[in-house]
Design a binder for this molecule. Structure first.
Ligand SMILES: C[S@@+](CC[C@H](N)C(=O)[O-])C[C@H]1O[C@@H](n2cnc3c(N)ncnc32)[C@H](O)[C@@H]1O
Length: 279
């Protein structure tokens, strides 16, 4: 017979991999990463442009196609942003609690919910990964889509598990980082990715869960109104640029192809790991 899940155990000592401290490894890589964490105010400043860019993306359809909805009538969407997932979830479920630490995102979410006629089924609240979650209700499904920007991934995953009655789903970067390719050559900076999906899978296994992993890809990239907007988006990801770096990025942006609307097209493919587990 297969042994029980032994939740909370750090392995039995015989399995070296299960004995590793993935939490400490995560924090080390996060500190060394070329991608800096962003504050609620920074997300707010990007809210409108980001939600405009998301329109028409096939990511949401691909995400929802991978969710197992059996036994699910209620959901929590953590890091909901402008509601790309929360709104379609509210269309098919009885109740969705949508959380984000950026008030501007929550405003966009409420407008999207009203437009879709599902405002009665969505409760939008301000909440950060780092906050006290004791007043967060439990729901059948807890999702986090592209928003596991927590300083402590282990604690964030534990919070998701504690609030889920049936299962959890999270998408994490698994390839196609913004600094890959020509832009990295232009910047001449080392590109240390933020710690991602493999940490989550290992942490969950250590916590006694059985994570399933699938992958989804988004292709095509993003369009920027002008060179300034493109340079701003590089800063948003990697932090301040030196004068020489900014000059090189501007020159690079000037060489990028233009779309029909005159915007700059930056080709950019992402791979996401879709990790789900029953609780
Ligand atoms: C890339 S967006 C994802 C939005 C949406 N889930 C989606 O997939 O379209 C990331 C979201 O996470 C939120 N976020 C980032 N760090 C957070 C934190 N520490 N606590 C709560 N929300 C956070 C941001 O405000 C932003 O709305």
């Amino acid at each position: 017979m297969i042994q029980g899940r032994g939740r909370g155990r750090r392995g039995d000592g015989a399995d070296e991999l299960m004995g590793l401290d993935f939490g400490a490894m995560f924090r080390r890589q996060a500190a060394a990463s070329s991608y800096r964490p962003r504050s609620a105010a920074e997300w707010d400043a990007r809210a409108v442009a980001r939600s405009r860019r998301e329109k028409g993306s096939d990511y949401v359809r691909e995400f929802l196609a991978r969710v197992d909805f059996s036994g699910v009538r209620t959901a929590i969407d953590m890091g909901c942003g402008s509601g790309n997932l929360a709104v379609p979830l509210a269309r098919r479920l009885d109740k969705v609690w949508a959380y984000d630490f950026a008030p501007g995102m929550l405003r966009l979410l409420k407008a999207a919910a009203a437009e879709a006629g599902v405002e009665d089924r969505i409760a939008a609240r301000r909440l950060a990964w780092e906050d006290d979650w004791s007043r967060v209700p439990r729901a059948d499904l807890v999702i986090c889509s592209r928003a596991m920007d927590a300083e402590d991934m282990q604690r964030a995953l534990s919070k998701m598990c504690a609030k889920a009655k049936v299962r959890c789903c999270v998408t994490l970067h698994a390839g196609g980082f913004f600094l890959d390719g020509e832009l990295r050559t232009v910047l001449r900076r080392p590109a240390v990715p933020r710690p991602g999906w493999l940490y989550a899978v290992n942490m969950l296994a250590q916590m006694g869960y059985l994570p399933r992993v699938d992958y989804l890809e988004t292709h095509g990239g993003l369009s920027y109104a002008d060179v300034d907007e493109f340079v701003g988006s590089v800063r948003w990801r990697v932090g301040e640029l030196t004068a020489a770096e900014a000059r090189r990025v501007r020159a690079y942006a000037g060489r990028l192809p233009r779309g029909e609307d005159g915007g700059i097209l930056h080709r950019h493919d992402f791979r996401w790991a879709f990790v789900s587990w029953d609780v």
